[in-house]
Design a protein around this ligand. Structure first.
Ligand SMILES: *Cc1c(COP(=O)(O)O)cnc(C)c1O
Length: 347
């Protein structure tokens, strides 16, 4: 089944002709031996973009998170993150399965917690029966938090606290470049307070596969061992990395269009009776449909009859994610279709 207007996620994009051409023409070699020039070029470029010594190409964002956790933590350690963070819900329990660590969840506001909340969550090292707090992980932008952007000064305060306690900082930067385009603050400035940070090439940048994890030389050297151990060391990955290089050249600035589309969608839906719309910051629009008497899944079913798909993310909460593959007129059509379903009339 394909949807004409697929707002399920910004992962729904498919490479266009130019990206495919760049992939087909890539110079390649064995990445495990450091002999793939295109993979090396992408890693170097992203290390520079994020202001880190080194970077490593990985197949997925989940693997970036899990390798970073594995490097930073031992069994029995604890990782502080927002209660709605991706690794807590959508990574098959890998924090415990692969690192033997556990999550200390914080009830944040739109996926963002305060330095006071972080301070309360840190375990006292003087007591032998507590887990050891080893890592604070934050999501930029927050996914289930509504695509919100963590403020730079909050990050700075939390990083200073972490450093006082010898705790490492990790950024799940799946959509970090959205925060960069939204605020004009360079990626390296966002990444500076973090020991490890990654970006996803398949989230709104239009690539079919790939994420890149960055940090110090020592961090990336250890990450490489777990990349092999977790089965993520590839061979001629340059074909995939060529898509990443193409995306960095062509698909970053245009994220502003996705933000504008999300803003316009939310603004129109906010005027519709029976919808409770969260105001968007980047490319995600969340709204609640309880007042329509429909569940989120039922609401989505009705949209799917019109070949428009959103994503139900709770019993009555839906998410629409804008991206580069939306056809001409998609936002207006979506506004009309959602309005029709919400007000109970057939469009
Ligand atoms: C999508 C996502 C991930 C996982 O990335 P994959 O490339 O799908 O494995 C991790 N964190 C956040 C915030 C995400 O949105």
């Amino acid at each position: 089944m394909s949807y004409r207007i697929d707002l399920f996620s910004d992962t729904m994009t498919k490479p266009g002709p130019e990206m495919r051409q760049a992939m087909a023409q890539a110079e390649v070699g064995d990445e495990q031996r450091g002999e793939d020039p295109t993979t090396n070029a992408l890693q170097d470029r992203i290390a520079k973009l994020l202001g880190k010594e080194r970077a490593v190409f990985l197949p997925t964002g989940v693997m970036c998170n899990q390798i970073a956790f594995r490097v930073h933590c031992q069994p029995g350690d604890e990782i502080i993150m927002d209660e709605h963070a991706h690794p807590r819900h959508f990574e098959v329990g890998a924090v415990s399965a692969l690192s033997g660590a556990q999550v200390y969840p914080i009830k944040g506001e739109r996926g963002i917690f305060t330095v006071e909340q972080a301070r309360e969550a840190i375990r006292p090292s003087s007591l032998r029966n507590f887990p050891a707090t080893k890592l604070i992980s934050i999501e930029q932008t927050t996914n289930m938090g509504g695509g919100a952007v963590w403020p730079l000064n909050t990050i700075g305060d939390i990083a200073a606290l972490a450093s006082e306690h010898g705790i490492k900082m990790h950024m799940d930067g799946a959509r970090l470049l959205h925060a960069v385009v939204k605020t004009g603050i360079p990626a390296a400035q966002w990444a500076a307070p973090f020991d490890s940070v990654w970006i996803d090439l398949s989230k709104g940048l239009g690539c079919p596969v790939g994420s890149v994890l960055a940090g110090s030389d020592e961090f990336v050297e250890r990450a490489w061992r777990f990349k092999h151990q977790f089965g993520g060391a590839m061979r001629q990955s340059g074909f995939l990395c060529a898509a990443g290089l193409y995306a960095l050249d062509h698909n970053v600035e245009r994220l502003a269009i996705d933000h504008e589309n999300a803003r316009r969608l939310a603004e129109s839906l906010a005027r519709v009776d029976n919808l409770n719309v969260e105001s968007p910051e980047t490319n995600m629009v969340f709204f609640d449909v309880s007042a329509t008497g429909l569940s989120a899944a039922q609401f989505n079913e009705k949209l799917m009859e019109k070949e428009i798909r959103l994503s139900p993310v709770g019993p009555s909460r839906l998410r629409a994610v804008t991206h580069l593959d939306l056809p001409e007129g998609a936002i207006d059509e979506t506004i009309a279709a959602v309005t029709a379903v919400a007000t109970g009339c057939a469009a």
